[in-house]
Design a protein around this ligand. Structure first.
Ligand code: NZQ
Ligand code: ZN
Length: 382
């Protein structure tokens, strides 16, 4: 274990905390409020943001789509540049917050914003960002990651920079009241896989990271079991905080990380429009089966500490089955059916995109080459 760790995002958690935006953003700032398709106008969040910004100068940019595209976001970049915006407030889920990160970085760069995703421009400077979270899932509200799609070429790529990590995030679970069930379930699944990506690798004896990851996974199991209580503040707040903690950097600090499920899943979203979380549920069980030998010890640890499965020779396999049952219990599919063509052609297409994106050595050991990805897809594509 060797690391430098800080999570600089100031979290304002609880009912009514959207009001804290007012003092969290310097009153001299010129603010661009970025949001999505308008859900924030149906749950009172927009009104609360408006009230909080009563003494600020601000503009707004709406229409950031799920799986935010460069094509849409570049319009906001132009506004940020011409209006000399110096604070961005993202109000929404992971897509809006990721989109705001792209805008914040691209507005401080003279070249094409997509250079950031290609690694041609390293982001060291960005407009300051604050976030009001309306959908707990990605952890984007307090991390340095962003995933952007180029619609024209169906590329969905991530970038990372401490410069785009939000300065503050408001987590008021009342904002979740209007969430469709599909998105609530996506949140449970995405958070689950985020923890797995940082935990299901190899044993390192990191007791803090392992123990906290297991506690968070158990929370998600309980929240799924208590799904009928999803209208209660307690249920919502626990999901909101668990999903945040799942990807705020802590459990992944100083330990190996995987992320292969995410990189393959991103291709399914870009090609077939599968929701992000659902792409993960499709890829992960097949990937775990493919990587069973190298992941055996951690799968067994998960099976015993999280699912309370008894020891046996096939514990790792039973743990994968338990993960799959967790998804099925939420009515989330674990095979791709949306490909709309024959299976072989779909797999070739996905492999083609992985190749184009240089996703050719994935996982904690960089052992998931295109050969393994093809085997995984053989299992995962129906
Ligand atoms: O656009 P609006 O009207 O806001 O509607 C959204 C959208 O249609 C709706 N929604 C959000 N909050 C709502 C609500 N509807 C009613 N009531 C509310 N309170 O939900 C829909 C989906 O929103 P989206 O932001 O796309 O969902 P999510 O938070 O799951 O974000 C997914 C995106 O995050 C990326 C994914 O790749 C995907 O693009 N990720 C970002 C990560 C990060 N930055 O660390 C990590 C993740 O692994 C993930 O890759
Ligand atoms: Zn995710």
């Amino acid at each position: 274990m060797e690391f430098s760790y800080v999570n600089p995002t100031h979290i304002h958690f609880g009912q009514g905390k959207i009001a804290s935006v007012s003092s969290a953003i310097p009153s001299t700032s010129k603010v661009l409020v970025i949001y999505g398709g308008g859900s924030i106008k149906k749950n009172g969040v927009y009104q609360q943001v408006q009230d909080a910004l009563a003494n600020h100068t601000w503009l707004e940019f709406s229409g950031v789509e799920a799986n935010p595209t460069m094509e849409t976001l570049d319009k906001a970049v132009a506004i940020a540049k011409t209006e000399e915006i110096d604070y961005i407030l993202a109000v929404g889920g992971g897509s809006v917050i990721d989109g705001a990160k792209y805008v914040a970085a691209a507005a401080c760069y003279d070249g094409a914003g997509w250079d950031i995703l290609l690694g041609k421009h390293t982001v060291t400077e960005a407009i300051a960002i604050g976030a009001v979270l309306t959908l707990p899932a990605t952890g984007s509200e307090s991390n340095a990651a962003s995933v952007i799609t180029r619609a024209e070429t169906q590329d969905k790529l991530p970038f990372f920079s401490p410069a785009v990590q939000p300065k503050f995030a408001v987590l008021d679970a009342d904002a979740m009241k209007t969430l469709p069930e599909r998105q609530l379930i996506n949140g449970l699944v995405d958070a689950w896989v985020h923890i797995c990506e940082q935990y299901l690798t190899m044993p390192t004896g990191a007791m803090v990271q392992d123990g906290y990851a297991e506690a968070l996974l158990k929370n998600l199991l309980v929240l799924a079991e208590q799904y009928d209580q999803r209208e209660t503040l307690n249920w919502r707040e626990n999901l909101m905080w668990t999903a945040n903690q799942a990807l705020n950097g802590l459990i992944g600090t100083g330990v190996p990380q995987d992320w292969a499920t995410h990189m393959i899943g991103h291709e399914l979203t870009a090609l077939y429009g599968v929701d992000h979380a659902r792409s993960l549920a499709i890829v992960q069980p097949s990937l775990l089966r493919n990587q069973l030998v190298v992941k055996k010890a951690k799968l067994e640890q998960l099976g015993s500490n999280v699912f309370a499965l008894p020891a046996s020779d096939d514990l790792a396999e039973r743990t994968i089955a338990a993960i799959e049952a967790f998804y099925h219990g939420l009515n989330v599919a674990t095979q791709l059916t949306e490909h709309g063509e024959d299976k072989a052609a779909a797999i070739d297409k996905i492999i083609g995109q992985l190749t184009a994106h240089n996703m050719v050595k994935l996982g904690e050991n960089q052992a998931i080459t295109l050969t393994q990805s093809r085997e995984i897809l053989e299992l995962a594509v129906k």
